[in-house]
Design a protein around this ligand. Structure first.
Ligand code: DQQ
Length: 553
C-alpha cells in the first residue's frame, strides 16, 4: 500500500536567500505540509520516523499520507516513499496518526487511524511487506482492516491515534485510543492476545470531564531512580507511568505521572489534569510521541511545531511545520515532573565553540556572544544569583505565568530579571526573541519564572507573536538558573532549569537573518547576575530529507 508519490527534492525549492526561515537541523519535509510525528521506532540499526504529510500542498488537508524517513543517527534523514496513502476503504479519506510496536521476534507493526469511506475513524493494522528490506520501505495493510471499529455512542470523528502497545504478564497487549464523549476526554483501552482481535476494556484507562477530545495519547513507563528510558512494556516497582494527552481545544500536550496496575487496569495519577497542569512544552508544540531507543537505553520524544505565520506565507514558502529537535525524556529526581534534553547526537553538528566563565552581568547590561553563527546555534548559559534577599516580593499563587510574561515583557525592568538571552537579534536589537527569567520571593520561598517573548521577533505584522511563560521548579538558593536554547532560523527551542521547563517558539525575522543575526546575553534587572558558565556553538546543517540514493550509513 505504499504510495507511489515521491516527495519533491530540495532543489525544487527557492534558493536559501529566498528561504531565510527554512531550518538547518530540525526535521522538515522537502516541501509541503507536515504535522504529527507518527510511529517513531528503532529497527535493526535504523531509526524510522513517519509523519502526517499532505504531499500536494503546504496547508492541512484531512486526506493525510504517512510520509517516511530513515536515519542512522537521528540527525541526518533520508526520505522514502510514503508508507500509507489513502487508498483503501478503511482509510480512503485519510491515514491519520498512529504508532509502531515491535512484537516478539523483532517484528514491527503499526496501528494507525483511518478515515473510512463513511468518514468514520477506525484503527488499522499494517506490517512491513519485506522484513529483509533494511529500510522497511513498503507497508501492507492487514486484510481484515479495520481491526478496531468506532465504539457505540462515540461520534464518527472522535476516535483516533492509537499508542504504541504494551504487553502485560497475562500475555495481552494493550493500546489506548483518544476520544471524547460530551466533552469528557477519554483514553479508551483495548486488549488483544494476537494484535488482530481487540476488545474494549469495560472502563477507559483514564478520562477527565470538560477537557474535550484527547488526541495523540502516549503511555509509557519512566524509571524512578535513573535517567535511562525503558521499553513500553516494562512494569515493575522501579517505574512510574506517564499518560500524555493532546488537548485539541487548546493545542497543548499535558501529562500525568502515576501508578499503573495492569491487573486492575487502573492508572492513578499523582497530579491533576487541569489547564495549569504539567506540559511537555509551554510554547508552540503539539501531538508529540515518544519511543524507546534500545541502542542508548533512552526514551526519545518528538513533537510537531506548527508555523506562526499565515496560510499565504506557507503557500509562498512552499512548506509548513517542523518537528522539535529529538529530546531525551526522563523522570526528575523529585518524581514530580519530567525532564527533557536535546539528544547528545547534536554534538555531531557543533562547531566554533565559544565559552565564558564567571562573567558578571551588571544590572541593565548586555553582552554579545560572538564567534558563532547566531542563526544556527546551540547555547547553554548558567546564571548564579547572590543576595537573593533583594528579590521582589510577589505572591505568585494563582498567577498565570503566560499572562504574566506577556504583561511583563523583556523591556520591563525588575530586580532579579529579566535576564537571559536575546536570540535572532538584529544589530540594533530592533528584532529580537528574548528568552529570560525573573525571580520573586514570598515568605522566604522563591519562584523562578521563564518567559519567551516573541513580541519583537519580526518587523512583520500578521504573525502569531504570542509570548509564552511557565514556572521553573528550582530553588535559586541551591541551584544555578540554567538555560539552553537551540536556534535554527525560525525556531527557538529553549530548555530552562536543566530541561525542567521547555518553551518552543516560531519566529520570522526580516533583519536578523543568516549572517545578520546576533546573539546576546542580557540583564535588564537592577541586580547583577553572574554568568557562571556559557558555552555556545554554531550548529552545522544536517542532511534532512534531501533526496538521494538510500544509503544513510
Ligand atoms: N492530527 C491527525 C490526527 C490527530 C491530529 C490528523 C493531531 O490523527 O488527532 O492529521 O494533530
Amino acid at each position: 500500500m505504499a504510495g507511489s508519490h515521491h516527495v519533491g527534492s530540495e532543489s525544487s525549492l527557492a534558493s536559501p536567500s529566498d528561504q531565510p526561515h527554512r531550518t538547518a537541523f530540525h526535521f522538515q519535509p522537502p516541501k509541503n505540509w507536515m504535522n504529527d510525528p507518527n510511529g517513531p521506532m528503532y529497527y535493526n540499526g535504523v531509526y524510522h520516523f513517519f509523519y502526517q504529510h499532505n504531499p500536494f500542498g503546504p496547508l492541512f488537508n484531512p486526506q493525510m499520507y504517512w510520509a517516511h524517513s530513515v536515519s542512522r543517527d537521528l540527525i541526518n534523514w533520508t526520505p522514502l516513499n510514503h508508507a500509507f496513502a489513502p487508498t483503501q476503504p478503511f482509510d480512503i479519506n485519510g491515514c491519520w496518526s498512529g504508532s509502531a510496536t515491535i512484537l516478539p521476534g523483532n517484528k514491527p507493526v503499526i496501528l494507525y487511524t483511518g478515515l473510512d469511506s463513511e468518514h468514520h475513524q477506525v484503527q488499522n493494522l499494517a506490517v512491513p511487506k519485506d522484513l529483509s528490506d533494511p529500510y522497511l520501505q513498503e507497508w501492507v495493510g492487514y486484510t481484515g482492516n479495520p481491526v478496531i471499529n468506532l465504539p457505540d455512542g462515540i461520534q464518527h470523528d472522535d476516535f483516533r491515534d492509537p499508542t504504541t502497545a504494551w504487553l502485560a504478564n497475562d500475555g495481552k497487549w494493550r493500546v489506548i485510543i483518544g476520544s471524547q464523549k460530551d466533552k469528557k476526554g477519554i483514553a479508551f483501552l483495548y486488549r488483544s492476545e494476537d494484535f488482530v482481535n481487540w476488545s474494549m476494556h469495560e472502563s477507559p484507562l483514564y478520562e477527565v470531564a470538560g477537557t474535550g477530545i484527547w488526541e495523540c495519547p502516549d503511555f509509557f513507563p519512566v524509571c524512578v531512580d535513573s535517567n535511562n528510558g525503558v521499553d513500553t512494556s516494562v512494569m515493575n516497582s522501579r517505574v512510574k507511568h506517564v499518560l500524555k494527552v493532546g488537548l485539541y481545544d487548546y493545542t497543548r500536550d499535558y501529562y500525568l505521572i502515576g501508578s499503573y496496575t495492569p491487573e486492575k487496569e487502573s492508572f492513578v495519577p499523582q497530579n491533576e489534569l487541569t489547564l495549569d497542569a504539567l506540559r511537555y512544552d509551554y510554547g508552540k508544540y503539539y501531538a508529540s510521541k515518544s519511543f524507546f531507543d534500545p541502542v542508548k537505553n533512552r526514551r526519545i520524544l518528538m513533537g510537531w511545531v506548527n508555523e506562526s505565520d499565515s496560510e499565504t506565507d506557507c503557500i509562498a514558502k512552499g512548506w509548513s511545520g517542523l518537528q522539535s529537535f529529538p529530546r531525551s525524556i526522563w523522570l526528575d529526581q523529585n518524581q514530580k515532573q519530567l525532564v527533557q534534553w536535546p539528544i547528545e547526537e547534536i554534538k555531531m553538528l557543533h562547531e566554533n565553540e565559544v565559552s565564558i566563565q564567571n562573567m558578571n552581568l551588571e544590572g541593565g547590561s548586555i553582552h554579545e556572544i560572538v564567534g558563532i553563527t547566531a542563526s544556527q546555534a546551540d547555547v547553554k548559559i548558567s546564571f548564579k544569583l547572590t543576595n537573593l534577599e533583594k528579590a521582589e516580593e510577589l505572591d505568585m499563587s494563582g498567577i498565570d505565568p503566560q499572562v504574566f510574561c506577556s504583561e511583563m515583557d523583556a523591556s520591563k525592568k525588575g530586580k532579579f530579571g529579566p535576564f537571559g538571552l536575546l536570540a535572532l537579534a538584529s544589530h540594533d536589537l530592533f528584532e529580537q526573541t528574548a528568552i529570560f527569567f525573573r525571580v520573586f520571593q514570598n515568605n522566604g520561598r522563591y519562584t523562578v519564572l521563564m518567559c519567551s517573548d516573541q513580541s519583537r521577533s519580526s518587523t512583520r505584522n500578521g504573525l502569531d507573536k504570542t509570548t509564552y511563560g511557565a514556572f521553573v521548579d528550582i530553588d535559586p538558593q541551591q541551584d544555578e538558573i540554567s538555560l539552553r536554547t537551540l536556534i535554527d532560523h525560525s525556531i527557538v527551542e529553549s530548555f530552562g532549569g536543566g530541561g525542567k521547563t521547555c518553551i518552543t517558539a516560531r519566529v520570522y525575522p526580516t533583519l536578523a537573518i543568516g549572517d545578520d543575526a546576533r546573539l546576546f546575553a542580557f540583564n535588564y534587572g537592577t541586580e547583577s547576575v553572574l554568568i557562571s558558565e556559557l558555552s555556545a556553538w554554531s550548529v552545522k546543517k544536517a542532511r534532512i530529507n534531501i533526496e538521494e540514493t538510500i544509503g544513510c550509513t
